[in-house]
Design a protein around this ligand. Structure first.
Ligand code: PLP
Length: 351
């Protein structure tokens, strides 16, 4: 029994410790997907991110570029309430990051690529090298890409974290998270998971294991549908600009081809008009549902200004390139003709 609790012998003990056969089976699959030594499954993406931050908060965290709203709040509101100062950098070229790392000497550098909602990329291998040269570890939120399209650990990152609520679950019917990395670090982080009570529920672990069986197939279809929709939007007269890493017009398309094997199911665009035109457009959609979240079988549309970026200051919105005319699409698995017909009828009715 003691050897099991100490992690010396594999075995079942108490589910909150993660020592449960269903959870351990899931984690084995997740580690394989992420090309990692080990994985921990959590009750949500934010549980995985917060456990990672607990491990490194006292040693310094530097956050690069746009990140998920909950992550941003944790770094700028909750951790400061505990007296912990974290650092953020919006300019993420290698020179600026090197200066920031040398100034703040963080132990953890954290980023998302592609980012929400404008699909900006970070140079994962370049930033991993920079972090390591300065005694820091790199963690990448890989939720948008999924391990099918991008493997941060192969690119040199130390940790990869995901909201499994999105593509891994894939059916908008579960909430879970995953953190992958080396076993030694994950053992430390597992103590936080255990004592903060963040372990995935066994029933959800089973459901997520089932979802993983179709992950590669689903992501392939998400990629194909999204590329066709991005091509369609990019050529449309009522679209000012389309954001999708698979488009040659994306400013980081070369980097996308280097570090991604597929470009994912998320695409955003600025309608050629104002925020009220974007609102009318979304209201006219019939196949796309208006809803937050992403990564499920069904296609969704949102205006980030009313969802992920609601209530943020003008300055932050300008920095993130978010205005009322921006529409974010999570492109599902429906027939591509149904999706494009739906967008076209909405454009044609929307002046
Ligand atoms: C949804 C999301 C999260 C948070 O995940 P939850 O499962 O909702 O806690 C973190 N990062 C990204 C990029 C997300 O899209």
């Amino acid at each position: 029994m003691r050897d099991v609790i100490d992690g010396k012998t594999p075995g079942a003990f108490y589910s909150r410790y993660g020592l449960n056969p269903t959870i351990m089976a899931l984690e084995g699959k997740l580690a394989q997907l992420d090309h990692a030594e080990a994985s921990l499954a959590f009750s949500s993406g934010m549980a995985a991110i917060s456990a990672l931050f607990m491990r490194f908060a006292a040693q310094g965290i530097l956050c690069l570029g746009d990140v998920y709203g909950g992550t941003k709040q944790l770094l700028t509101r909750q951790l400061p309430e505990l007296g912990i100062k974290t650092f953020s950098l919006s300019q993420t070229d290698l020179d600026s990051v090197e200066t920031a790392i040398k100034t703040h000497q963080p132990r953890l550098v954290y980023l998302e690529s592609p980012s929400n909602p404008t699909l900006q990329l970070q140079n994962i291998s370049g930033l991993a090298e920079l972090a390591h040269a300065n005694g820091a570890l790199l963690a990448v939120d890989n939720t948008f890409a999924t391990p099918i399209n991008q493997c941060p650990i192969d690119l040199g990152a130390d940790f990869t974290v995901q909201s499994a609520t999105k593509y891994l679950g894939g059916h908008s019917d579960l909430t879970a998270g995953v953190l992958s990395g080396c076993r030694l670090e994950l053992d430390y982080i597992n103590a936080w998971r255990k004592n903060l009570g963040q372990t995935i529920a066994t029933e959800v672990a089973h459901k997520l294991s089932r979802s993983l069986l179709t992950l590669a197939l689903r992501v392939e279809r998400h990629n194909d549908n999204a590329q066709l929709i991005a091509d369609y939007l990019d050529a449309h007269s009522k679209v000012r600009k389309t954001c999708y890493p698979g488009l040659a017009s994306h400013s980081q398309h070369m980097l996308a081809k280097q570090q991604m094997s597929g470009f994912g199911g998320m695409a955003s665009f600025y309608i050629a008009g104002d925020g009220s035109m974007a609102e009318r457009f979304i209201d006219l959609l019939k196949v796309f549902s208006i809803a937050p979240s992403l990564g499920g079988v069904e296609s969704l549309a949102t205006q980030p200004i009313y969802t992920s970026h609601y209530g943020l200051s003008e300055e932050i919105l300008r920095q993130a390139d978010v205005d009322g005319s921006l529409i974010r699409l999570s492109i599902g698995l429906e027939d591509i003709n149904d999706l494009i017909d739906d967008l076209e009828q909405a454009f044609s009715l929307c002046q």
